[in-house]
Design a binder for this molecule. Structure first.
Ligand code: HEM
Ligand SMILES: *[C@@H]1O[C@H](CO)[C@@H](O)[C@H](O)[C@H]1NC(C)=O
Ligand SMILES: *[C@@H]1O[C@H](CO)[C@@H](O)[C@H](O)[C@H]1NC(C)=O
Ligand SMILES: *[C@@H]1O[C@H](CO)[C@@H](O)[C@H](O)[C@H]1NC(C)=O
Length: 562
């Protein structure tokens, strides 16, 4: 192992670190002096301040547990304007869906996703960043993972049956069961099968590190955020989760090392004999000098788990809650699944899952109503001027008001109503209506690569702003460019649950396959309901994250004949 790797692995404070901290502190005094001067200058010059940006004035502490309501409320007030909030995380500039189109295609050196994420995750301390390897990660997910999962559906179904047999009650009669913890384990197992192969995915130790990494990291970040930035170099030693992160990385590395070494030793293996999992793809993609850097492999695997397991299991849990509430959707989706999987070899065929169009719509609707509070986390690196006259100086932290957009009646008529077939109906309409009208708005700049991921550029028309809410929905909703816009994995300006642009979630096709597999299997084998008189479990809201209840129980009963 060369010096670089030893350094990456060595997390104990060294003389170097300490002198760095001292430097940081003297730098702090320097900056404090500078900013005092800056504030004085600003005070006397305030009339000439930067162009006016609307502000949503709510005390910062309120954002901790009410972000969902506050984002919806602020969006209701400002909708199509840029405005600022002072959230727990700091000042954020909110970009409406009518203007985000001007931003999503900008290059990383003007508007950075990496810097924003790395700041939000305090990567400097948590090491939660793929750094130089993030492009490899995204590329492998977009290419290998999606196709691999399509091929693996029947293997994964067997794996899911195995998990059910081991961890799910038999449910001969209605049986209450806590959904969320089970989904975390099930998704972790299924994803693990594709990421590390069967030998590790069934290991409790591996499941432990891969599930806990994200949770530990989240706690570490939350704790560190309570310290002002200048205290963090010292405060980091008070946050025990940072040590746990290092231990988990070391444990993941110890588990992966023998596996990778064995594979690297078998130099005579032909491509077709190679295992088909993320370990192998990453190993093949890494340059020779990094192939035996097991730390990189461990870190990438845990980052992958952190971005995939909880997001996917949370949405699957929300889908189960919605199925339990909307009994009629169970019948509709079960019928569709029965039709698709009726044929003998349907589970082996890679196109079967894609035929579940009503289920696709249902999942998207579940996500619309339960999805995150904000999206499009970006940092302005070079000043940007928007067409409405807003000037975004470098250093501005951006977000989009996802929770507001998802309930905007201009984009989603009767937004409060759960309509599991909402997007299916829109897809049907598009398919039956005439081809794209020549007058439809031209898409804004889109990078050539983004079009391959079904990104549709939706530009909500300006007229929508002024038209009365009672005018027909069709004239208000953004003009669709094609039916693929209404798929679960489609993204657009009014459809930001997976982000937007070049950094939009590369794992969403993978997530879609996994969720559909789980829901199909459960629907075909169980009836689902809530306890009599119980309402849908309430979500948990903490800072900008919204998650389904982790303790709610849903009743399952095994179906007799299929
Ligand atoms: C329902 C499940 C999921 C949701 C809601 C979700 C959501 C998101 C969102 C909102 C982003 C940020 C996009 C942006 O800023 O424009 C993102 C990024 C990312 N997601 Fe997902 N995700 C999900 C599942 C997955 C899965 C299964 C994987 C891996 C297999 C994954 C891997 C990633 C990665 C690597 C990024 C960073 C991409 C980049 O910065 O270029 N996600 N995801
Ligand atoms: C791989 O090969 C090296 C030497 O070439 C050997 O020390 C090591 O034990 C081998 N590992 C495995 C897992 O086969
Ligand atoms: C929701 O937003 C928070 C804060 O930006 C982020 O940490 C989390 O990963 C997001 N979750 C999903 C499902 O996108
Ligand atoms: C999802 O669930 C986990 C617990 O498994 C939670 O810690 C996390 O914050 C949740 N939310 C999102 C949006 O990922």
């Amino acid at each position: 192992m060369d010096a670089f790797h030893i350094q990456t692995l060595n997390f104990t404070p060294t003389a170097n670190d300490i002198s760095h901290q001292i430097q940081t502190n003297s730098r702090f005094i320097y900056y404090a002096a500078l900013s005092t001067i800056a504030i004085c200058v600003w005070l006397f010059q305030s009339p000439k301040r930067a162009p006016h940006v609307l502000a949503y004035e709510v005390p910062r502490r309120k954002w901790m547990f009410n972000a969902d309501t506050l984002v919806k409320d602020s969006y209701g007030k400002f909708r199509d304007s840029v405005y600022q909030i002072r959230s727990t995380e700091g000042v954020r500039t909110i970009i409406p869906p009518t203007l985000v189109g001007e931003l999503k295609g900008l290059p990383e050196d003007t508007l950075s996703a990496k810097t924003a994420v790395s700041e939000a995750m305090l990567s400097e301390y948590t090491h939660l960043s793929a750094d130089a390897h993030s492009d490899i990660l995204t590329l492998l997910l977009k290419t290998k993972a999606t196709h691999n999962l399509q091929r693996m559906i029947s293997v994964l179904r067997e794996e899911f049956k195995f998990i059910l047999a081991a961890e799910f009650p038999t449910c001969e009669d209605w049986t209450p069961f806590r959904v969320q913890p089970f989904m975390v384990r099930a998704v972790s197992r299924l994803s693990g099968r594709a990421f590390v192969g069967s030998s590790l995915s069934r290991s409790e130790e591996w499941m432990g590190v891969s599930v806990n990494f994200a949770i530990t990291a989240f706690i570490a970040v939350t704790k560190l955020q309570f310290f002002p930035p200048w205290m963090r170099p010292v405060a980091q030693y008070l946050v025990s989760e940072l040590r746990t992160i290092r231990k988990d990385l070391a444990k993941a590395q110890a588990l992966l090392e023998p596996l990778i070494e064995e594979r690297l030793n078998q130099t005579d293996m032909s491509d077709s004999d190679k295992p088909d999992d993320f370990i192998q793809w990453l190993s093949d993609a890494l340059p020779d000098e990094e192939k035996r850097n097991y730390f990189i492999q461990a870190k990438m695997q845990l980052l992958l788990s952190a971005s995939s397991i909880h997001t996917t299991s949370n949405l699957t849990t929300d889908c189960i809650y919605d199925l339990a509430v909307h009994q009629e959707m169970q019948d509709i989706l079960r019928e569709e699944a029965m039709e698709v999987f009726a044929e003998e070899d349907a589970w082996e065929r890679r196109d079967s899952i894609a035929k579940l169009k009503k289920m696709d719509s249902f999942i998207k609707e579940s996500q619309r109503l339960s999805g995150n509070i904000t999206s499009f986390i970006r940092k302005v690196m070079k000043p940007i001027d928007l067409s409405d006259g807003t000037h975004l100086p470098s250093g501005t932290s951006l977000l989009t008001p996802l929770a507001g957009i998802s309930f905007d009646e201009r984009y989603f008529p009767d937004p409060e109503v759960f309509d599991g077939l909402r997007f299916w109906k829109l897809r049907q309409q598009r398919q039956s209506s005439s081809p794209i009208r020549p007058s439809s708005p031209t898409p804004l700049t889109r990078s050539p690569s983004s079009s391959t991921y079904l990104e549709t550029t939706t530009t909500p028309s300006k007229s929508a702003t002024t038209s009365s809410p009672s005018s027909p929905a069709s004239s208000q909703s953004p003009t669709p460019l094609d039916s693929s816009k209404y798929q679960f994995t489609s993204i657009g300006d009014t459809n930001q649950n997976f982000g937007l642009g070049k950094h939009a979630c590369p794992g969403r096709f993978f997530a879609a396959q996994e969720i559909k597999l789980i829901l199909s299997h459960l629907l075909l084998n169980y009836d689902i309901k809530l306890r009599d008189g119980e309402a849908r479990p309430k979500p948990l809201v903490f800072m900008m994250t919204k998650s389904p209840s982790q303790t709610a129980e849903v009743l399952f009963r095994r179906r007799k004949a299929i």
